[in-house]
Design a protein around this ligand. Structure first.
Ligand SMILES: Nc1ncnc2c1ncn2[C@@H]1O[C@H](COP(=O)(O)OP(=O)(O)OP(=O)(O)O)[C@@H](O)[C@H]1O
Length: 331
């Protein structure tokens, strides 16, 4: 097995929050943003890190960059403790926040790169080489003299990605890298990330609400909810974890009452002679099809896989319900 490049062992982050509850009254409360999370990421892996709003994703990324110090547990990136050696780590990591730019707003793009060249003390030859490669791959040559504020969102994002990679980091954290981009720009960013990972073996940790980013880029996904890791594995395994359902779409010869096909399947929609039956994704469709074919005038049928978006929405909703029930039971 490849050596772990990012290592978290029971990492916690607790925030002390003061809330005004009256004229002079303040209530102190603790928010456990990250609650005993453990995982490892091997060098060269490309991993999705997803979860609902407020789950603890950004807090994790901030601890991985050294911006925040964990309240407990052990964390290492490339063997470095991020909060203790933030500057040394900065040479090994690149960070892209989709919602904020790291570029200088009023300066032409190339000036931001020149500043980074100095800030990161990138050797001249390496800077030149990396800049040329990134400009070509991200199609930036016509944009280098344009002030950042005049760039479109997609152009700015490509500019930000290049900035994060000028110093050749071993690991890249991407926080919502395709947010607000049109389909073409999203495609370009994803293609570039795939190439970067394949050619240079850059380790990528990707946080996104766009599940297509994950589907197209990551073979592994981690799901965090209420500060806890609730899933870590292949994207396909999420279907089972989310106990998702597949849909059998049946065309009958004529309009009929809802099909009765046993306890495992239920009709979820009827439209004229077409009926939709939901059944567990973990079960084979064959016996169900055989039962329907034997008892109904069947013309055509197809099976629809659950889409990952629906699976994750269901998973979040179920966990929110569980938390709600636990909260009510405790009060
Ligand atoms: N500096 C802070 N002080 C107090 N609470 C904080 C702080 N930063 C984050 N939190 C809280 O910690 C929890 C996790 O927040 P975090 O920003 O990590 O979530 P997230 O998964 O990145 O969410 P989103 O998808 O909305 O960006 C939330 O309840 C948030 O309100």
């Amino acid at each position: 097995m490849a050596a772990a490049f990012i290592e978290l062992d029971r990492v916690e982050k607790v925030f002390d929050v003061r809330k005004k509850t009256g004229f002079l009254k303040r209530e102190r409360r603790q928010v456990r943003a990250v609650d005993s999370i453990s995982f490892t990421v091997a060098r060269g892996e490309m991993v999705g890190y997803i979860g609902p709003n407020g789950a603890g994703k950004s807090t994790t990324i901030k601890m991985l960059t050294g911006i925040l110090t964990p309240s407990g547990g052990r964390l290492r990136v490339a063997g470095i403790d991020p909060s203790r050696e933030r500057t040394r780590l900065a040479h090994r990591i690149g960070v892209v926040f989709g919602q904020r730019t790291t570029l200088w707003w009023d300066l032409p793009l190339i000036d931001s790169y020149r500043l980074m060249h100095r800030m990161y003390r990138i050797p001249d030859g390496r800077y030149r080489e990396n800049l040329d490669r990134l400009v070509e791959l991200l199609d930036l040559s016509a944009l280098l003299d344009v002030p950042v504020r005049q760039l479109s969102l997609g152009q700015r994002m490509r500019g930000d990605i290049a900035a994060a990679l000028l110093h050749d980091p071993d690991v890249l954290y991407l926080d919502e890298p395709t947010i607000g981009l049109d389909v073409v720009s999203k495609g370009r960013v994803r293609e570039f990330l795939r190439e970067l990972n394949a050619e240079r073996g850059t380790t990528v940790l990707l946080t996104t609400h766009d599940l297509q980013d994950i589907e197209q880029l990551c073979s592994r996904v981690m799901v965090i909810d209420h500060g806890r890791l609730v899933y870590d594995g292949a994207l396909t395994g999420l279907h089972e974890a989310g106990e998702s359902e597949r849909t059998l779409v049946v065309d009958l010869e004529r309009e009929l009452p809802p099909i009765e096909a046993g306890p495992a399947a239920r009709v979820v929609r009827v439209d004229g002679p077409r009926q939709w039956l939901a059944f567990p994704a973990s079960e084979s469709a064959a016996p169900l099809v055989a039962r329907i074919a034997a008892a109904y005038p069947l013309v055509d049928l197809s099976v629809r896989e659950p889409d990952i978006e629906a699976v994750i929405a269901k998973m979040y909703a179920e966990r929110a319900e569980q938390a709600d029930r636990a909260g009510k039971a405790a009060s």
